[in-house]
Design a protein around this ligand. Structure first.
Ligand code: SF4
Length: 411
């Protein structure tokens, strides 16, 4: 039996899909993530923006074209939000939400839907068993922060964290060269009073490079950074969500820091990791954002010297506080997004240029068109000529494509 596990959205969804794929393999399925003809389709959906939700719904028609007789199970955030939308095109589709992902595997032999209510405990999924050079390991689900633009806490529920022993067991089992620790709000990790710093302490014996996914600035402290330095290997790339550089807008967004506090945390990171890559997310055109507020964001971006930024055009989500605010005209949101995209290109180019001649380590991910591609520890896309595997010591050269050329200096 052939199964497709198709994922939309964030890294947390990818982690969950990997776990579901492992569960399917244990049951004898041949599993792929490519959209090909198959007997079974599991689609892990996303609802973070209207566009993501629409794409999730459109999967019904795409699958029907591939195999109208296949068993199809939709799961994830968009299903939690509107389960009925996933049976409109085909009443035989099965639907589960975000709180009982194991129900996806239960549905293989049964019929009926299973969109359950919010759970307080972290749900353990099948351990991922396949070897990968870079593995995403989920340690946390849900969020209590209620940023006014975000629908995630309403769909994913309150923050709940995974037992650190289970995290370590999974990493030991898959033995990735690099492990990306991830969660819906990783900074909210708290297992029986043990926060993210405590989890990092527990990961010290593991012989893998640790990278962290998106962080909130509140988690950045001297102690946290010291613990990161004590890991067997740590990739100094910090993705710190900024969203806005205007204190007035941050307040309306219910973010928990000021622009000044953000800058202090950036300095603290650089004190401990001089050559760190610092990246961020920024929302363009939040409802109350004035031109002046947006200029403050532009100024802050320049002050920080991010290595990359990810601009998002504000997308109003029904059910959030910001949904009730007056949306800005689309042209204004688009114009600000375009300005952020220009800033993004400048930030990336400046950081890449600053790395020229520096020694780095490249995690080789795949070979394409004569080059092996992967990321440096501080998250620059690197390209070395020819085929290479594992982690290589390299020296960074000229800018190339979306990153830089690198030369292997030690095998
Ligand atoms: S921290 Fe804010 S943006 Fe991130 S998931 Fe929680 S509510 Fe959403």
């Amino acid at each position: 039996m052939k199964a497709v596990v198709f994922t939309l959205g964030c890294k947390v969804n990818e982690c969950e899909s990997d776990a579901l794929a492992s569960g399917l393999k244990e049951r004898g399925y041949e599993v792929t993530d490519a959209l090909v003809p198959a007997d079974l389709y599991i689609v892990n959906t996303c609802a973070v923006t209207k566009e993501a939700e629409k794409k999730s719904r459109q999967m019904q028609a795409r699958i029907k074209r591939l195999n109208p007789d296949a068993k199809v199970i939709f799961t994830g955030c968009a299903c939690q939000k509107d389960a009925a939308a996933f049976t409109r095109k085909n009443p035989n589709n099965l639907v589960t939400g975000v709180f009982n992902k194991n129900a996806v595997l239960d549905l293989l032999d049964k019929s009926g839907d299973n969109v359950s209510d919010e759970k307080k405990e972290y749900e353990e999924l099948p351990t991922v068993t396949s070897f990968k050079s870079r593995a995403f390991v989920k340690v946390e689900d849900g969020c209590d922060y209620f940023c006014t633009y975000c629908i995630i806490p309403y769909l994913r529920g309150r923050a709940r964290s995974r037992n650190p022993e289970s995290v370590a067991i999974e990493i030991e089992k898959i033995k990735p060269l690099e492990t990306v620790i991830t969660g819906i709000n990783l900074s909210a990790y708290n297992y029986n009073g043990e926060g993210l710093t405590g989890l990092i302490k527990r990961l010290k014996p593991l012989r893998t490079r640790i990278r962290l996914s998106s962080l909130e600035v509140g988690v950045i402290t001297e102690e946290f950074l010291e613990e990161l330095k004590g890991l067997y290997d740590f990739a100094p790339h910090f993705h710190l969500s900024l969203q806005s550089g205007s204190n007035a807008t941050l307040k309306k967004m219910n973010r928990r820091y000021t622009a000044e506090e953000f800058l202090v945390k950036v300095d603290l990171i650089r004190k401990h990791f001089e050559n760190a890559g610092i990246t961020t997310d920024i929302i363009a055109g939040f409802p109350t954002e004035t031109e002046e507020n947006f200029e403050e964001t532009v100024d802050l971006v320049k002050k920080v010297g991010f290595s990359d930024i990810h601009p998002f055009t504000f997308s109003s989500r029904e059910g959030t506080v910001a949904y009730k605010m007056q949306d800005l005209p689309l042209a204004v949101k688009k114009e600000r997004t375009d300005r952020l995209l220009k800033l993004k290109a400048e930030c990336k180019a400046r950081f890449t240029e600053s790395q020229k001649g520096k020694k780095e380590e490249l995690l080789c991910e795949y070979y394409k068109d004569g080059y092996t591609e992967g990321y440096s520890k501080n998250y620059i896309r690197l390209y070395v000529k020819g085929r290479a595997e594992g982690i290589k010591k390299v020296v960074i050269g000229e800018p190339f494509r979306d990153g830089a050329i690198a030369e292997i200096i030690d095998n």
